[in-house]
Write a protein of this length. Structure first.
Length: 604
């Protein structure tokens, strides 16, 4: 049985070969080791303990369970279960449909995802950032900040109901361009057509991929890669000119400045030298207010593009008419080739001096005549045309309102922000309340840490801080002043507690500041090799293979893995609970008898 790592490395070798077609992929699904690796990847996800339509979860995972899946795959009798549909709220107040697959389907989907990623990751365009290893919102935003310099227009793109409108036939045809294995493609189509249950009623799925399915994101990227490649080719044809023409005024200033520097080198007297220096300084100051390049140069144009899932942003150096044509061409391609529609209300053309919205950031081009000396001492404008990423006050306000920490008061036509207690936390212990507020502040900062105005998160912290004081005040029925005095530790607010080892500890309210970071808070983004990302830990695999019960000690028997949702749910009254708490593990490798006893409450 081939090692999964070697299998994926072998597939990855041909990933960037555009004309290469993969064959005999279906047989890779017979490899038990692939499922054990997939299990290692997904068992700790929160959704693993959520029941699908078959009422099964990750609990009771075993080699036998994997063998049953493989057996049904061999005779192609495997049939994915319909997903269980639920809804989660979106930022705009609408609801997003979410499909919850059975765990066996999740496990098989994870194996398929690993294979598809190995095949397509080197084939995808570098402009795509959503749902890809070592990429995300911050890599997309960093790319914009580095490459969109000097753009005149933004085109904000949004595909209407993308995940619900993916055409299955088109998707299968796209897969066939790289995969020559009909059994593998038929299996993917089975997942696409599995349907869903809503209010105990079955519904067929004739289009779209279920949001919540493990293979949905990779299939969505495969589908939209056609658009990425179209935009890449479109940009090559749109781009023209090596650089903009210099303005006449700027060229005259350059010539005068060069002559003044020559005069400085040739000056023989101190008076001539001082006059030349004064002239150079005067010309340098004048140059700051003279446009360097002709903004109306029709012989120069550029198109930049970045996509995250179904949202994309274009930066255009050109005219507004160019933007209208680009938008129309993109709209036609998406409809004609992929049967997708652009959302008219969300696909906007925005002047770069104003703010475009992308991934909850506001993006604009800086207009500034501020100067600084370069490496050789020349006075240069180093800020004009650069991209600025910002977090808006509206974003902070919405976050605070959703959290329940803010109430709005209107006085004399002004909107006043006032902190309020979060009443649902009043029954939590002191440490849980502090941790809740710290997690909210850190979460917001972690996402917006690359914003040029990240310091305004102090406004968020201020409201959250006094909301916390009021929450403690509600809990103990006392004033904010008394709360601050009770928990003060020097200049900080602190909660003292005793940890599981009996040690006395102190936890502080967040006090690290909100300094802007050049990069987001993950540093090994480009260090992890793609071919080893699945193989960081094998402890769970070794335990299931050991065939030894961790309770009764029986050896050489089939093992089932017992899972729990959260360690803090355990009371520590039985031996197996004490064992899990001591090991800080949410899993136990058990024989079938011990596992049955746990669920029947008969195991002490």
């Amino acid at each position: 049985m081939r090692n999964p790592e070697n299998v994926l490395i072998s597939l990855t070798k041909h990933s960037n070969q555009k004309d290469y077609k993969y064959e005999r992929l279906y047989r890779l699904l017979y490899n038990e080791e692939m499922y054990l690796t997939a299990y290692q990847n997904i068992y700790s996800n929160n959704g693993s303990m959520t029941k699908g339509t078959d009422n099964k979860t990750v609990d009771g995972m075993s080699i036998k369970r994997i063998q049953n899946i493989i057996s049904s795959l061999k005779d192609e009798s495997y049939q994915p279960k319909p997903t269980r549909r639920t809804y989660i709220p979106k930022k705009n107040g609408k609801l997003r449909p979410l499909g919850i697959p059975s765990f066996d389907d999740k496990l098989l989907q994870e194996v398929i995802k690993m294979i598809l990623e190995a095949i397509y990751e080197g084939y995808f365009e570098h402009t795509s950032h959503g749902f890809r290893p070592n990429r995300g919102c911050h890599t997309a935003l960093n790319k914009i900040q580095k490459t969109f310099t000097g753009v005149k227009w933004f085109i904000e793109g949004d595909i209407k109901g993308f995940f619900d409108n993916i055409n299955h036939n088109i998707l299968v045809d796209i897969l066939r361009e790289r995969i020559d294995d009909e059994r593998f493609i038929r299996l993917i189509r089975k997942f696409l057509n599995a349907g869903y249950f809503e209010n105990w009623t079955y519904h067929d799925t004739y289009s779209g991929t279920p949001q919540g399915g493990i293979i949905s994101p990779i299939l969505a990227n495969i589908y939209l890669d056609k658009f990425d490649k179209y935009v890449s080719e479109y940009a090559k044809n749109f781009n023209k000119g090596k650089r903009r023409k210099r303005t006449t005024e700027y060229r005259k200033n350059e010539i005068a400045l060069r002559n003044a520097r020559i005069a400085l080198d040739k000056s023989e007297t101190e008076t001539d030298k001082q006059n030349a220096i004064l002239l150079i300084r005067k010309l340098e100051k004048e140059r700051v207010n003279i446009p360097c390049n002709d903004p109306m140069d029709n012989d120069y144009a550029r198109l930049f593009y970045v996509r995250y899932a179904d949202d994309w942003l274009c930066g255009v150096i050109g005219s507004k008419d160019d933007c209208k044509k680009i938008k129309e061409d993109f709209k036609n391609f998406l409809y004609d080739e992929l049967q997708l529609n652009l959302s008219e209300e969300k696909t906007l053309i925005t002047n770069a001096k104003k703010r475009a919205n992308f991934l909850s950031y506001q993006i604009r081009v800086r207009q500034s005549n501020l100067t600084k000396r370069d490496k050789i001492g020349r006075l240069v404008r180093n800020y004009t045309g650069r991209i600025v990423l910002e977090i808006s006050n509206d974003t902070i306000k919405k976050n605070l309102l959703n959290t329940g920490a803010l109430k709005l008061v209107h006085h004399n036509g002004k909107e006043i922000w006032k902190p309020k207690a979060i009443y649902r936390l009043k029954d939590c212990d002191d440490l849980e309340i502090l941790d809740y507020y710290n997690s909210k502040i850190r979460g917001l900062y972690n996402y917006y840490c690359i914003a040029n105005n990240s310091s305004i998160i102090n406004n968020y912290k201020y409201i959250m801080e006094y909301s916390m004081y009021k929450t403690y005040g509600t809990k103990y029925r006392t004033s904010v002043h008394n709360v601050i005095e009770k928990y003060r530790l020097g200049k900080d607010f602190a909660v003292k507690y005793t940890n599981s080892k009996g040690e006395k500890c102190t936890r502080l309210f967040y006090n690290q500041g909100f300094k802007r970071k050049e990069r987001a808070l993950y540093s090994n983004e480009y260090i992890i090799r793609k071919d080893i990302k699945y193989f960081s830990s094998t402890s769970l695999i070794e335990r299931i293979k050991a065939e030894k019960c961790e309770i009764c000690g029986k050896a050489n028997i089939p093992i089932e893995i017992h899972h729990i949702h959260r360690l803090k749910d355990l009371k520590g009254k039985t031996f197996w609970e004490i064992l899990m708490i001591a090991r800080k593990r949410k899993t136990l490798a058990l024989c079938k008898e011990c596992h049955k006893k746990i669920h029947s409450g008969k195991l002490d």
